[in-house]
Design a protein around this ligand. Sequence first.
Ligand code: SIN
Length: 215
Amino acid sequence: MTGSACIAADTIARNAARHRLADDEPVWLFGYGSLIYKVDFPYLQRCPASVTGYQRRFWQGSEDHRGTPGRPGRVVTLVEEPGTRCGGMAYQVAARVFRALDVREKNGYLRLWTRLWLAGQKEVDGLIYIAGPDNPAFLGPAPDAELARQIGVACGPSGSNSDYLLHLARALRDLDEYDPHVFALEKALLRARKSGIAAPEANPLEAEISDLEFF
Ligand code: SIN
């Protein structure tokens, strides 16, 4: 990929220019990764929700939250896959909230409009953050064992990469969402820890998860 074809790693300015929204305008946002369980922004209402035609994948590198430029972690993005569904949480927020969210999601994520299905309710238009294959932090697919090993050793300003994966898996379970990719990586991470490949760490989720009945 040439430099000009590549989008800038820091997407704050691009996202701010993408959508004309009045500060008070209520807008739906679909969260499918850390936005499900790390809710550090104000919202008007929230509701379990899903999008179709996308799958959640640990294919995006994280150099700012769960890793460093020298040792990037892996975080989720959505990849297009016709006929599939991805569950998460939708939040209705005042549009001004996107100023802070754009900073949080700056490492390669662009906002896109899509249709959201709010559980038991209705279909609405909402925004999602997607890190596409044309962003410099994109890492793409790898075997589960390799993804788990990378997640097991990475750590950044927002905490360990294992913590991101374990929290996401727990949040999906709480939502009754079955995601084979996420749960397979959770298992692979715990296996890697047991065999000493991934660094064990004091994590309160650990004890809870070691006794889990997986879906
Ligand atoms: C999301 O949660 O919707 C985006 C990816 C992330 O921040 O983990």
